[in-house]
Design a protein around this ligand. Structure first.
Ligand SMILES: [Zn+2]
Length: 256
């Protein structure tokens, strides 16, 4: 059982969460979404070798907090610490929260992160969020990714249209389902159409608790998603967890 995307820095007691996760899970990948958390997360990683893995990026809605020079320095930092990262991201576009001039900056830095993932030969973990009633963000991001020849693309918390899903699968991209699949019919339909061989599981915790609106989600709650997906695909939850764990090990190069 591997949660490929969570945020330990936003949980109240990360070490306690990790201790419980170690009893229940194979590994977790925590996503650096804000530059200010990079040192804290790398320290947690060093203290939990071969269990906590790190993906390093910058959430599009945090870009406005930093100058170009600060983000340039951060990209240099990632390159210098590449052996501590299993992926670049999350990075991408967010049409719900970022607009105007900040959107252009977000696009240009997204391209920089794509280039880094290619240079460092690390998977690219993509964040994409539409505005309600529009599918523009997913349409645009799929075009950017294919035009830039990004490889080993992982869509974190995929929530595009069914035709976006088909396109992404045709390109060989990986589709990660967050625990939102437990309560969203749209995500259930997307999961039904995603072959297990290209599927990953994540919580995006502490957000997206399957049973609450509080920040109480935790990495092991991917087990709830596995139950829901198992029912949709008429297989066992065990099979879902086993195959998605194999997929995660393969794409992120985790120990066998
Ligand atoms: Zn995230």
């Amino acid at each position: 059982m591997i949660d490929i995307h969570c945020h330990l820095e936003y949980m109240q007691n990360p070490e306690q969460v990790i201790a419980e996760a170690k009893r229940k899970m194979t590994a977790i990948i925590t996503s650096v979404a804000d530059i200010k958390h990079k040192d804290m997360i790398l320290e947690i990683r060093d203290n939990n070798a071969d269990f906590v893995f790190v993906s390093m990026g910058l959430h599009p809605d945090r870009i406005s907090n930093y100058s170009d020079a600060e983000i340039d320095n951060y990209i240099d930092f990632i390159q210098a610490n590449k052996e501590k990262a299993v992926a670049i991201g999350e990075c991408g576009l967010d049409y719900l929260q970022v607009n105007g001039d900040e959107m252009d900056r977000a696009k240009s830095f997204f391209l920089r992160f794509i280039e880094s993932s290619k240079e460092l030969k690390l998977p690219l973990v993509v964040h994409a969020r539409n505005k309600p009633g529009s599918n523009d963000c997913f349409n645009d991001i799929l075009k950017i990714i294919t035009d830039s020849n990004a490889r080993n693309v992982v869509f974190h918390c995929f929530s595009g249209s069914e035709s976006n899903l088909k396109y992404a699968l045709d390109q060989g991209y990986w589709i990660s389902f967050a625990t939102i699949v437990c309560k969203s019919d749209k995500h259930k339909r997307l999961a039904e159409k995603t072959p297990l061989g290209k599927m990953l599981l994540e919580t995006d915790s502490p957000w997206l608790d399957p049973a609450s609106l509080e920040l109480t989600n935790r990495p092991w709650k991917i087990a709830e998603s596995a139950k829901v997906i198992a029912e949709i695909k008429d297989i066992t939850a065990q099979e879902v967890l086993k195959k998605t764990e194999e997929n995660a090990k393969k794409i992120f190069g985790l120990p066998p």
